[in-house]
Design a protein around this ligand. Structure first.
Ligand SMILES: [Zn+2]
Length: 236
């Protein structure tokens, strides 16, 4: 789990790296200017940044896909494997607006970027590129870190996924849950357009023995995880 600070935000974001002898995958990419910081954290963790095997996006929100254009641009001409769920693919490919970022806000975001970043970012969302190279499905096991299971957990966005790393019994929850201080909580209502569906998604986690959860917002939680998630699903 990386602890990524974002200029202008007081809370950290938590992209995650899953690695094995063949390299690593990055799960979520932070805000548009975050690539260099993420590489710094990867080096700090003792990994070789060049051994990137792909990027998995838990969903389309800008704080998760923001720096993807710059990873893709740096990977040219070989390209980069990018994994996401079909339900969010059109937004990530730039074929439809992001669910929670209006075209006006997107224009403002681009305006606020250093000029050197604007063109790369803009072309990413032009709709001309297939940014997502692999669509993933519920129940699929990706061949990273000895096995990484995809759990479709819609509600926060239609194509939101969580990932279960079998070897460490760790759930990478994306935004399906958040940490509120030291307590594991359900999805954040103001940013969850289909709250009922997001609550139903929590029930899916019961099928996995979980020792650790990583919430993108709030970080790690490791106390009696399945019991806590069952409580959250019950309360919902
Ligand atoms: Zn988020």
């Amino acid at each position: 789990m990386l602890e990524l600070s974002v200029p202008g935000r007081d809370s950290l974001l938590h992209p995650t790296v899953i690695y094995d002898e063949s390299g690593y995958v990055l799960i979520d990419t932070g805000m548009p200017g975050s690539r260099d910081s993420i590489i710094g954290l990867i080096v700090q963790a003792g990994l070789e940044p060049d051994k990137l095997r792909g990027i998995i996006l838990t969903h389309q929100d800008i704080d998760h896909i923001g720096s993807l254009p710059f990873w893709l641009s740096a990977a040219k001409p070989a390209g980069l494997d990018v994994y996401a769920h079909e339900g969010d693919r059109n937004a990530i490919d730039g074929n439809e607006p992001l669910l929670k970022v209006s075209p006006e806000r997107m224009a403002g975001l681009i305006e606020a970027m250093p000029e050197s970043m604007r063109e790369t970012f803009r072309s990413f969302f032009s709709g001309d590129n297939a940014n997502v190279t692999h669509t993933v499905e519920d129940g699929e096991t990706l061949p990273f870190g000895g096995g990484l299971k995809v759990i479709h957990t819609p509600g926060h966005t239609p194509g939101h996924i969580s990932l279960y790393h079998e070897a460490s019994r760790t759930l990478i929850a994306g935004d399906a849950m958040v940490m509120n201080g030291s307590e594991l909580s359900g999805p954040n209502p103001p940013f969850t357009p289909n709250l009922q569906q997001a609550h139903e998604s929590l029930r899916k986690f019961a099928a996995y023995p979980i020792d650790n959860v990583i919430c993108y917002h709030g970080g790690q939680y490791s106390r009696d995880v399945n019991k806590r998630i069952a409580e959250l699903a019950e309360q919902a």
